[in-house]
Design a protein around this ligand. Structure first.
Ligand SMILES: O=c1ccn([C@@H]2O[C@H](COP(=O)(O)OP(=O)(O)O[C@H]3O[C@H](CO)[C@@H](O)[C@H](O)[C@H]3O)[C@@H](O)[C@H]2O)c(=O)[nH]1
Ligand SMILES: [Mn+2]
Length: 470
């Protein structure tokens, strides 16, 4: 992994941005399709999806050029309901953001920060947001969308698609245009609104669904039929955008061709969109192998997550010394947790001893203490998981090696300078882990069970090493 990333770092790329070019000629701005994936209304609360969607709908970008597609693999009427509410709220939220040049365009983040304006307009909007949040959370708590909750009559019919036979693993495609830039205006009646489209691809027990990669490929096809924008941005449901200028700034790099507009909500287009969202559409095709997002890996978009690791690189690129150090720590932690386990998983899969499974992570964080720890930049370990075991063992082993090395240095005068330096470097890297084992009392510390097990296993390793290497 280190070797494959090194060549990229030896050849750093510098980019310039010219957002003002497009500001002068908005008609040259290409269309942008944003894909947001969600898969479970309980682990990924619909309000999170709503905030992600609103944050990108409110980009500093010509609204008629943005189309936001939400893919719901949870096939949940509650998520559709939440997005319906989001469409209504956006008509007030977007003009407000643009008028006041709001930085955080996720309303949840904006309204929970201390700095948001407390004037009538701001307070009014906050109340409107809280109202929507209550309605959505009520619907999620009650487990279904009762007719009295639906305020948009035009969309009432779509909820009938959730029949008794409907399950998240077996249901027809649902595509609903919730906002249409051709006809929908904001509350000031001056500005058009971006497209907002809900999609839940067909699921059936007979076809494989390929998790997020499958969802993204369906989104690629459906969006190609409807808006076919030359630029695509994909987001997970919990990745709200915190900078409204991102797409305009990224554009210079992409320099795409413009593509002709067409209507998205016509019968022909919708029929075609349903066809490409069929669960067996990909049978005997190259989708997933040569076309679209590739299947068979749980981290299909891993390569977008490269990080800098060299101190020199980091400092030259304007990073801080502390940032570099934290990165070293993450490197160690990932090496002995996620990379370690994915290596085992990959080996087992290659030998055909296991097939890939996917465990959706929970995005619920209404724990205030946890948010505080996040602010303080403390590592969050939390609930007991075998994932932490190798990492904790390595930390303990290192500590023992350092103690033993210092002991040897003073009492036997052994020349262990190089080894000692290495062990000290590793021990300093492990400081947050020692902290999480011994000192911390909060809920984010390393669970006792993991520490205890790691202690025992390290001891076993040392004792067996003693016998084998003697
Ligand atoms: O059947 C599925 C399963 C997941 N998702 C979505 O995929 C995203 C990622 O799922 P999550 O549980 O949050 O996975 P993470 O462990 O956070 O993400 C890792 O795995 C993802 C899936 O490969 C990659 O996209 C990420 O970059 C990588 O960090 C979420 O938006 C899900 O809603 C679907 O759309 N359909
Ligand atoms: Mn995630």
């Amino acid at each position: 992994m280190w070797a494959t990333t090194t060549c990229l770092r030896l050849n750093p790329v510098h980019r310039s941005e010219y957002p003002e070019r497009y500001a002068a000629k908005p008609e040259d701005v290409p269309k942008l399709d944003v894909f947001i994936c969600t898969a479970d209304p309980y682990k990924e609360p619909p309000m999170k999806v709503v905030n992600t969607a609103l944050s990108v709908m409110a980009y500093d970008y010509p609204a008629d050029k943005i189309s936001v597609y939400v893919s719901d693999d949870g096939g949940s009427s509650m998520t559709l309901f939440a997005l319906m509410e989001a469409a209504k709220f956006s008509k007030h939220w977007l003009p407000y953001c643009k008028k006041n040049n709001v930085q955080d365009r996720s309303p949840e983040v904006y309204f929970s920060s201390y700095s948001h304006p407390k004037d009538d307009k701001g307070l009014n909007l906050k109340m409107m947001y809280e109202d929507m949040k209550n309605r959505v959370e009520h619907v999620v708590d009650s487990g279904k969308v009762k007719p009295e909750f639906i305020t948009c009559d035009q969309f009432r019919g779509v909820f009938d698609l959730w029949t008794n036979k409907f399950t998240r693993h077996d249901h027809p495609t649902i595509i609903q245009v919730l906002q249409n830039s051709e006809i929908d205006m904001d509350d000031t009646k001056k500005n058009v609104m971006p497209n907002l489209i809900y999609l839940s691809r067909e699921k059936s027990k007979d076809s494989q669904q390929h998790f997020k990669a499958g969802a993204l490929n369906t989104l690629l096809r459906v969006s190609a039929v409807m808006t076919n924008s030359p630029v695509i941005l994909t987001l997970d449901c919990d990745m709200y955008s915190n900078d409204p200028t991102t797409p305009l700034r990224a554009l210079y790099e992409l320099r795409p061709n413009r593509i002709a507009d067409k209507s998205i909500n016509t019968q022909d287009i919708l029929e075609l969109a349903h066809d490409v969202a069929r669960s067996n559409y990909e049978c005997n095709t190259n989708w997933g192998s040569k076309l679209g997002f590739r299947y068979g890996s749980l981290v299909e978009d891993y390569y977008t997550g490269y990080r800098l690791h060299y101190l020199l690189d980091f400092v030259l690129e304007g990073g801080s010394y502390r940032g570099w150090w934290n990165d070293q720590r993450m490197w160690l932690i990932r090496g002995f947790s996620s990379f370690f386990f994915s290596f085992i998983e990959f080996t087992l899969q290659t030998l055909n001893l296991s097939s890939n499974g996917f465990n959706l992570t929970s995005k619920i964080n209404d724990d205030e203490e946890q948010s505080k720890r996040y602010e303080q930049e403390l590592f969050e370990f939390g609930p007991s998981s075998p994932m932490f075991l190798p990492m904790t063992m390595v930390a303990i082993m290192n500590f023992l090696a350092l103690v033993w090395g210092i002991y040897g240095f003073f009492f036997w005068g052994e020349r262990l300078i190089l080894e000692l330096m290495l062990a000290s470097f590793a021990a300093v890297n492990c400081l947050p882990i020692y902290d999480a084992i011994v000192l911390r009392k909060d809920h984010g510390k390393l669970p006792k069970k993991v520490c205890f097990l790691a202690g025992i296993l390290t001891l076993v390793l040392i004792v067996s090493g003693y016998f084998f290497l003697k």
